[in-house]
Design a protein around this ligand. Sequence first.
Ligand code: BGC
Length: 490
Amino acid sequence: MKKRSITFYALSNFQSLLDDMVVPAERALHEAIQVSPLVHSDEAKKQKVENLLKEMRLSAATVRRIKEVFISEMNKGIHQQPSSLQMENTYIPELIDGTEEGQYLALDLGGTNFRVLLVELQHGKIMREKVKKYEIGSHLRIGSGYPLFDYLAECVSDFVINEGLQDTELPLGFTFSFPMVQHALDIGMLVTWTKSYNCPDVVGKNTVQLLREALARRGDTKVKVNAILNDTTGTLIQGAMSDPKTAIGLILGTGSNACYVERADRVEHWEVERHGEKEVIVDIEWGAFGDNGVLDFIKTDFDRENDANSILVNSFTFEKYIAGKYLGEIVRVILARLYKDGLFLSSKVTPNALLTPGNLTTDLVSHIEQDTVDGGKKNTVEVLSKFGVTIDEDDINVVQYVCEVASNRAALLVSICLAYLLERINKDDISIAVDGSLFKHHPRLETWMYKYIRLLAPGRKFKLVLAEDGSGKGAALVSAIAQRLQRRID
Ligand code: BGC
């Protein structure tokens, strides 16, 4: 009896000790995630605007809940249970080790441009590189996939022949920045298209095979595709070349995703023979996080409308909250709603341009956010003038407020996931290699991310390192790694 009450006393003391620790941490988080208050000449309107955007602002408790859901989905995904996180094995168990030599080709497909690169490596370092961009018209991005793959092969030939390398055997790494199921380092079956691509007949097919066949149909080069990878993987590998502490690759661009170095014994989906690998890169495919409804508690009407206006409705829930392809549209949807409610733009002229989906791109959001950083309004006026509307001081403040709320939510969501990855990888000091137009051009994301990750993963040492063009150079590096691994098996 006595023992029990001592235990009880100790436990309740422990609980209050915990509360003392948790409550300030919760308070700090709550304070840190506040956005600057809206400045408005009309108090009633100000409150209405703030009220309408209330659900876009996550509370500390919601932040914790998102983290729990992310952890649970990651664990289910890695254990091959139904989950919105694919947790795909990339079959890349090692980084560059300094022995890589020679010439490698890389293809980078994922954004609007398609690029071919030639990279020359000496002792695992890039000594020379040549890059050529090719445009991919929308007629190739939407429709049958065969013309698309023929075009990719045509660009490869054009590049290789221009370099006078048509008779040289060249290994090629293919960055294919879409979700795929990997059966091996050179087998990637497309799960679904994302961003601005939709060629239904490629879904479920091995895209390496499609590329090999298209190259064979031409038969004018000796290119050998030996690896397929995601842009996040390329970014991680490229980041690790200059900073060996790199263990996470992050893309915050048109789309968004991350990969990380996982313990090999935790990875169940492994279709090729194992060779005592200790670690392996896992592609999370977090763009689809929440596609099974687990994140519905943060979905607002604005998100529903953003989704309805997208090419692939009801998919890529998380990506639609955070990525460059969608952030501008979220802001536009909110502004259109505020206009309809009489809370934005008093002009008599209907702002048709603003009411049209897709007309406010994310680069404009970044441009407006720069004003908030500088305490100015020049960019905001410039952006709004593109929409042909007359604005006053209140309108400027409303637009800046909406841009901040939407951008801040994106930064917070990404940080929640990154903070957990730091915990999961559990190394002393971790570098996160980042690439993508949104990260590079948004003036506040990086600062917010540092602040939020520090609060959500207290005591963890990390840094965000820009790894430009990881999706290009990284593919060549992965091709070199693939060759090294193959030689070891042979
Ligand atoms: C794709 C990912 C990719 C990300 C960043 C997403 O839409 O599904 O595979 O890594 O975009 O490009």
